[in-house]
Design a protein around this ligand. Structure first.
Ligand code: GLC
Length: 621
C-alpha cells in the first residue's frame, strides 16, 4: 500500500470508529432527526480538511496516536505570551525559540494573533478574520513556518479558537447587518427588549464596568444582539448547526497550519438557556465533544484546552465526567487551584484550599489540568460558599479580604494589584497585577522571592501541565506604563502584560537578582525526573496537620511523592504520621527539590518559611 493509500484507509477507519459517537452527541443538541445529517456535514468537513493536511502533519497524527500521553509527562511545561510583547513578530518568536527550549518549554500558547477588528479588540479576542494573521505580526505562511520550527525544537504551538463570539466586523456579522437572513441566524437577535430582559434577570455581567448588560442595540440589524463581553463581540448562536460546521472547518484549518493545541476561549458561555446564568449548560459539552470528534477524525494530533473560568463544581465537566469522560477537552485551566494558591498565600491557612481541592473529582486519566498562577486575565475569587462554610470561613468576607489584600488596601499587605471591574451590585472586585507584584516583590517584602518559588512549586508538583505566564520566570513587576497606550487605558489587565526585557541585541535576558529564575529552572529540572508527576497519576490532597502546610500526595509504583508547602512566614511542620502513613519514614527519605535528606525532629520534617519539599524515598528498589 502506498503512503497515501495507507493514510486514506486510516482516515476511513477513524470515520467508522467515531461517527456513531458524533451522532449521539449531535442528537442531544439538535435532536435525533437532524443528527445524521449534521454528522454527514461534519464528516465532509473532516474529509476535505484531511485531504489538504500535509504529509509531516499526517506523520504527527500517527505519532501522537501511538503515544497519546505525550502531553502528560512530567517534562511537559507550557508558556503563554503575546507574540508582539514577547518578540515583536512571529518571526521574532521563532528567533527566540531557543530561550523557551532552554527553559524546558514543551508547549507555547501565543495569545490571539488572527486578524482582529480595527480599534478596541479585547486583546485580540474580537476576531474579524480567522483565516489571516494580524498583519503587523506576520502572515499565514509565517505562522506555518513558526509552528514547524517550534515543533523541530519539541515545542507544540497552542492558539486560541474564539468560539463564543466574533467581531461585529466579521463577514458573518457584516452580512447579517446587510440583511442576509442565513447569517442573521448565526447570532442571537431580538426585535425588542422582551426576551433580552427575560434573560437578563438571571445573567451576570462579565465586564460590568465597561460593557454593562449582555445585549447591544444595532441599527442595521434593527434589533438587540447578544453581546456577553464587549458590545463589539457578537455571541454566535450554537443552536444553529451551520455555526458548528463553520467552527469545525476552522478547527481543521488551524490544525493544518501546524497548531497542535486549541484553546477554546470562553467556552462556558456557548449555550443560552432562559432562567439560568447561561454558562456550563450540558450542550456546551456535547458541542465540544462534536468538535473534538471531528478533530479526532481529521487531525488526531490536535488537543483541546478548555478556558472555563468557572466555579469548582462546574469545572470537572470540561474534562468530561460520566459518559463524556476523556471525550471533551484534553486540558482545562485549574482555576480553582489558582485561586486557592493566592488565597493560601494571603491568609497563611490551607484549610479552605484543602477542602475545596478535595471536593474535585480526579480528572479522567487521559486528560490533565493546566496548573497556573497567572495568565493575561484578572483573578476572580471563584470560591464556593459551601467550601468556605465547610472550612469555617465566611465566603463573602473572605472574598472581600482577598480583594483588599491583593489591591494592597489591607493593613500589612505586601501585594500591589489593581481592582478590575468592581461590581457595585454584587460587591465583586477582581484583581489585575503581575505575579511578582501580587507576591510582594514590588514592595521588596523579604518573603517575596520564596513566595514566588513556593507558588511555582505548587503548580509544578500538583500534577497536570504547568503553564508559565511570560515574565513570571523573571519576576517581572507590574508595567507602570500600562495605560500609556490609549487603546489599553480603560482595561487594567494590561498592567500584567509587560514586554519581555531582552538584553539589547541578544536572545537572552538578564537573570533576576533574587534567584527566581534559577530556582524555577531547578524545579523544572527536578520535575522532569519524577514519574509521580505524570498527569495520569491521581492527586490526593491530605487533611492538613499543620494548618499552614498544604499536603499533596502522588502515589505511583515508583513510590509515593509527598508535596509539602508551607504557605506561612514562619517555620512549620510535616507531621510524622503523614510520613508513616505513606511509608516515607525510612532512612531513604529525601527532598527531591534540595536533593538532600530533610532534617527530622521527632520524626517530623521542619519546613522553613515559604518552603516547598517534594519528599520521596530514594531507597526504594
Ligand atoms: C476569555 C479571555 C479574555 C477575553 C474573553 C472574551 O475569557 O481570556 O481575555 O476578554 O474570553 O473573549
Amino acid at each position: 500500500m502506498t503512503r497515501h493509500a495507507a493514510d486514506q484507509s486510516a482516515f476511513e477507519g477513524r470515520v467508522s470508529r467515531w461517527r456513531p459517537e458524533l451522532v449521539t452527541c449531535l442528537g442531544r443538541v439538535y435532536g435525533e432527526d437532524a443528527a445524521q445529517e449534521v454528522a454527514d456535514r461534519l464528516v465532509a468537513v473532516a474529509r476535505t480538511g484531511h485531504r489538504s493536511r500535509s504529509p509531516d502533519l499526517r506523520e504527527l497524527d500517527e505519532l501522537r496516536q501511538s503515544e497519546p500521553e505525550w502531553f502528560q509527562r512530567p517534562s511537559m511545561i507550557g508558556y503563554a505570551a503575546y507574540a508582539d510583547r514577547f518578540a515583536g513578530t512571529l518571526n521574532g518568536v521563532g528567533e527566540r525559540a531557543a530561550y523557551l527550549e532552554a527553559l524546558g518549554i514543551g508547549y507555547l500558547h501565543l495569545m490571539p494573533l488572527l486578524t482582529p477588528r480595527p480599534g478596541p479588540d479585547d486583546g485580540g479576542y474580537a476576531v474579524q478574520d480567522y483565516r489571516s494573521v494580524r498583519p503587523d505580526l506576520g502572515s499565514v505562511d509565517d505562522l506555518r513556518e513558526l509552528s514547524t520550527a517550534l515543533r523541530g525544537r519539541g515545542i507544540s504551538l497552542c492558539l486560541d479558537l474564539v468560539l463564543n463570539h466574533v467581531a461585529r466586523e466579521h463577514p458573518w456579522a457584516e452580512a447579517a447587518r446587510a440583511g442576509d437572513e442565513d447569517k442573521r441566524a448565526y447570532f442571537h437577535v431580538f426585535a425588542d427588549r422582551e426576551t433580552p430582559d427575560a434573560y437578563e434577570r438571571s445573567l451576570p455581567e462579565v465586564f460590568p464596568a465597561f460593557a454593562p448588560g449582555n445585549f447591544t442595540w444595532d441599527d442595521d440589524l434593527d434589533g438587540w444582539v447578544w453581546t456577553t463581553f464587549n458590545d463589539y463581540q457578537w455571541d454566535v448562536d450554537w443552536s444553529n448547526p451551520a455555526v458548528l460546521c463553520e467552527y469545525a472547518d476552522l478547527v481543521v484549518s488551524l490544525a493544518n497550519l501546524g497548531v497542535e493545541v486549541l484553546r477554546l476561549d470562553a467556552i462556558a458561555f456557548l449555550w443560552k438557556r432562559l432562567g439560568t446564568d447561561c454558562q456550563n449548560q450540558p450542550e456546551v459539552h456535547d458541542l465540544t465533544q462534536a468538535l473534538r470528534t471531528v478533530a479526532r477524525i481529521a487531525c488526531p494530533a490536535v488537543l483541546f484546552k478548555a478556558e472555563a473560568i468557572v466555579g469548582p463544581s462546574d469545572l470537572p465537566a470540561y474534562l468530561g465526567i460520566g459518559e463524556r469522560a476523556g471525550k471533551v477537552s484534553d486540558l482545562a485551566y485549574h482555576n480553582s487551584l489558582m485561586v486557592q494558591i493566592w488565597s493560601m498565600l494571603a491568609s497563611g491557612e490551607t484549610g479552605l484550599a484543602a477542602r475545596a481541592l478535595q471536593r474535585l473529582p480526579q480528572p479522567p486519566s487521559t486528560t490533565a489540568w493546566v496548573t497556573y498562577l497567572r495568565c493575561h486575565d484578572d483573578i476572580g475569587w471563584a470560591i464556593s460558599d459551601g467550601d468556605a462554610w465547610a472550612a469555617g470561613v465566611d465566603p463573602a468576607a473572605h472574598r472581600r479580604f482577598l480583594s483588599e489584600w491583593y489591591s494592597g488596601d489591607f493593613p500589612g499587605s505586601w501585594a500591589r494589584g489593581l481592582v478590575f471591574q468592581q461590581n457595585l451590585a454584587t460587591g465583586d472586585r477582581r484583581i489585575s497585577g503581575s505575579l511578582a507584584s501580587l507576591a510582594g516583590l514590588e514592595v521588596d517584602d523579604p518573603g517575596a522571592a520564596a513566595r514566588i518559588l513556593l507558588a511555582h512549586a505548587i503548580i509544578l508538583g500538583f500534577g497536570g501541565v504547568p503553564v508559565l505566564w511570560m515574565g513570571d520566570e523573571l519576576g517581572l513587576l507590574n508595567d507602570a506604563g500600562w495605560a500609556d497606550d490609549v487603546a489599553h487605558a480603560d482595561d487594567n489587565r494590561w498592567v500584567h502584560r509587560p514586554r519581555m526585557p531582552w538584553s539589547v541585541g541578544t536572545g537572552s535576558v538578564e537573570p533576576d537578582q533574587r534567584g527566581i529564575n534559577a530556582g524555577l529552572r531547578d524545579l523544572i529540572d527536578v520535575r522532569r525526573g519524577l514519574p509521580q508527576l505524570h498527569a495520569a497519576v491521581p492527586t490526593e490532597i491530605w487533611d492538613p496537620r499543620d494548618p499552614g502546610v498544604l499536603l499533596v500526595v502522588r502515589r505511583h509504583p515508583a513510590g509515593p511523592l509527598l508535596g509539602a508547602y508551607n504557605v506561612t512566614d514562619q517555620e512549620r511542620w510535616v507531621a510524622a504520621d503523614v510520613l508513616a502513613w505513606l511509608g516515607l519514614h525510612t532512612p531513604g527519605l529525601s527532598d527531591a527539590i534540595s536533593d538532600r535528606a530533610p532534617e527530622l525532629r521527632d520524626g517530623a520534617v521542619p519546613l522553613a518559611p515559604y518552603a516547598a519539599a517534594w519528599l520521596i524515598d530514594t531507597d526504594r528498589p
